[in-house]
Design a binder for this molecule. Structure first.
Ligand SMILES: [Zn+2]
Length: 697
């Protein structure tokens, strides 16, 4: 799972290829005019703190209050924060690299040439306007020519893409009927397996269709108008009636969908179906034709993540009218490619997904969206150059030594646990031994040789890019797993735990100030990036990690007693988060965010140990009047400084496995050393009596 979500800069506010790139999760926050803040001091940002706030009352505003007061959310964003400031830097650098490449006339066929042609094709707005609907037409005609449900099944199969990711980048959303994720098998982690996930909705989650709240009902009305508007732009007649039927169909699809909370339960997801099983277990759709359309009819077995959704959606293919499905297909096609169609499509899509759904008033400049597209389609080609230029071998070595200290801290914590069975401890230690920690950049890079990029064909480039990505994933099915493979590019400001590979990735772009500064005090580096590293390592043992063994196999390596203790402790943490209310009518869902909240508690605990160990008995240097322990916790708190628009924050609370930043910051209240560092007393708002502080590791 990722360290943070993509909602600070909601993906819906930028680019439209919803059924497209797997890396659509990536942040796109670029500020061309504004340089990243110069790193003037090496340590905590004292100027960002609000000293009028008592740390024990509100640690989030104590550590970030002044920054929050002076920061405004740019008009083209759903939010802004420490992560997005670093994103600005990373994207500015990436943009610089891409523009440099685009001007350099690289050799035909080279990766650099593809980068140049893709970027230039997207920037050729006049050419895109001039082509109008022409790139769409053959695809719309193919949909119009569908005569029966058998041909429909084939066409639905043709939309399958590798655009979901259940465990690594945690993206459960595809607007296509279903989504494919190729990853090490649950039951044979030495080989790549085919996971199929529910899909079919344009809005982010079933709740958008089913929730009774006034906010959601209003969004649905706006959505239906948007569907009609898109169809009208694409030349359809009777657009209101068609839109009504499309939204009704999506509503029916939403009713079959599993909730986000249930999606995260691995045990409910481990369902192996043969191709023949689909027909008996999920009748309705002509499955043989679907798999032929998808080009995976040779694949014998699939892991079906949400069997009830496959049953329900398949039945809807049989029961809903052919014409409704054809309209749904056409609408989804146009929506997916709106970003590379004329401006009227871009604006209409943004008016719903950017403004209404995320509350972002203004679309990003075109060049920023162009950088995002290149990053999404050719991320490794850019990342290879990025890593060479921006991540030194010295920085890599220093982070690797922090990782070693963090792992040593976890080893000690595991050994010291009184409640854990010795056999369970042994497997936990084995997981630490086989853990692969990738720092900065991958050891091998994606091969884009089969992706044909043309300098004058923006639509075709995205179309072929998505296909090439899909074919690369399909080609891996059944092959041996490369445990050192990465699932993030070096230019991504994030970190990730890959449970089926027992591996972690810390991309170069997050290993920079304020997270990591080679010249900052150890207290600050451990509080900032150390807690991030600890967060990711702890996923190895959390609600997900406890179901994967040291080889990445799905195997419960815990005893019943271990599990009982773990569940009791984690229930306490879920209840703690249930009490947080970002809005009077909306609470954080403690269960939905549990795995990430556990990781935060564990991450800061282990980082604190690693920091103390790094002092080797010497006193910690005082800086800016703060003790070492105070600097450690303030640095942690400053990881989470952010401002988010109401609509985007509501979307996050509703659909994201991560709690809002403010409440992640507040998790310091579970750590004893925090009470001592700031002399926090009963009666202060964050104060928890010792038995109420959640200790999991
Ligand atoms: Zn996480």
């Amino acid at each position: 799972m990722k360290l943070i979500s993509n909602f600070l800069s909601s993906k819906y506010s930028q680019f439209a290829a919803a059924c497209a790139a797997t890396s659509i999760l990536a942040f796109v926050v670029i500020a061309r005019a504004q340089d990243a803040p110069a790193q003037q001091t090496h340590g905590i940002a004292v100027a960002n703190m609000d000293h009028a706030v008592k740390p024990g009352d509100d640690f989030y505003h104590y550590t970030n209050g002044e920054w929050i007061k002076r920061t405004e959310i740019p008009a083209d964003r759903g939010g802004v924060g420490v992560f997005s400031v670093l994103d600005d830097l990373s994207n500015k650098r990436t943009a610089g690299l891409i523009e440099e490449i685009a001007k350099s006339n690289p050799a035909p066929g080279s990766g650099a040439r593809k980068v140049a042609d893709l970027y230039n094709s997207y920037m050729s707005e006049a050419a895109i306007e001039q082509k109008g609907l022409a790139p769409l037409r053959p695809h719309l005609e193919a949909i119009a020519a569908i005569h029966d449900k058998r041909e429909l099944a084939h066409a639905l199969g043709e939309t399958l893409r590798a655009d979901v990711d259940a465990l690594n980048n945690t993206n459960f959303h595809t607007a296509n009927l279903f989504g494919l994720w190729v990853a090490p098998g649950f039951n044979d982690s030495d080989h790549y397996a085919a996971y199929l996930l529910q899909g079919g909705l344009q809005m982010p989650d079933r709740e958008y269709y089913l929730s009774d709240s006034e906010h959601m009902r209003k969004l649905r009305t706006q959505y239906q108008a948007h569907v009609a508007a898109i169809l009208k732009l694409a030349g359809f007649s009777d657009t209101d009636a068609r839109a009504t039927r499309i939204v009704e169909l999506e509503h029916a699809i939403a009713q079959t969908h599993r909730s986000l909370e249930d999606n995260e339960d691995i045990h409910k997801a481990n369902n192996t179906w043969s191709q023949a099983d689909f027909t008996t277990k999920a009748p309705g759709l002509d499955w043989a034709e679907y798999f032929r359309g998808a080009g995976i009819n040779q694949q014998d077995n699939f892991i079906v993540w949400q069997p009830e959704a496959f049953k329900g959606e398949s039945a809807l293919v049989a029961s809903a009218a052919l014409d409704t499905w054809k309209d749904w297909l056409a609408f989804h096609l146009v929506e997916a490619y709106a970003g590379v169609l004329p401006k009227a499509f871009v604006d209409e899509r943004f008016s719903f997904f950017g403004k209404a759904l995320s509350g972002t008033p203004q679309l990003r400049p075109r060049w920023q969206r162009g950088v995002f597209i290149v990053d999404a389609q050719l991320g490794d080609a850019v990342g290879q150059i990025y890593a060479q230029r921006y991540f030194s071998p010295e920085a890599k070595a220093q982070v690797q030594s922090m990782v070693e200290n963090l792992i040593a801290a976890f080893r000690k914590r595991i050994d010291a646990l009184a409640w854990m069975d010795p056999a369970t401890k042994a497997e936990a230690q084995a997981k630490l031994t086989t853990l692969y920690v990738g720092v900065g950049y991958p050891e091998t890079w994606h091969d884009y040789s089969s992706f044909e990029v043309k300098a004058d064909d923006a639509f075709g480039n995205i179309w072929r890019g998505n296909f090439s990505d899909y074919h690369r994933e399909v080609a891996r099915l059944g092959k041996p797993v490369d445990r050192h493979e990465w699932s993030m590019t070096p230019q991504t400001v994030n970190a990730v735990n890959l449970p089926l590979q027992n591996a972690l990735n810390f991309p170069a772009a997050i290993l920079q100030p304020p997270f990591f500064d080679p010249q900052a005090p150890a207290a600050v580096n451990y509080g900032a990036i150390g807690s991030v590293i600890g967060h990711e390592i702890s996923h190895t043992f959390d609600t997900e990690g406890s179901t994967f063994d040291s080889k990445g196999r799905v195997r419960n390596w815990w005893t019943a007693a271990d599990l009982a203790h773990f569940e009791a402790s984690t229930a306490q943490l879920a209840a703690q988060y249930d009490t947080y209310k970002p809005f009077p009518d909306l609470s954080v869902n403690g269960k939905q965010t549990l795995a990430e909240n556990i990781a935060d508690v564990a991450g800061i605990s282990a980082a604190y140990d690693g920091y103390r160990a790094s002092l080797a008995g010497k006193p910690a240097p005082v800086q800016d009047g703060f003790s070492g322990d105070q600097q450690f916790f303030i640095a942690f708190g400053q990881n989470w400084g952010s401002k988010t628009r109401e609509a985007a924050l509501r979307q996050q609370v509703q659909t994201d496995p991560h709690a809002p930043a403010e409440f992640r910051d507040a998790t310091v209240r579970n750590i004893d050393a925090w009470y001592a560092a700031f002399n926090v007393q009963p009666g202060e708002k964050l104060y928890l009596a010792p038995p109420d502080r959640v200790r999991i590791w």
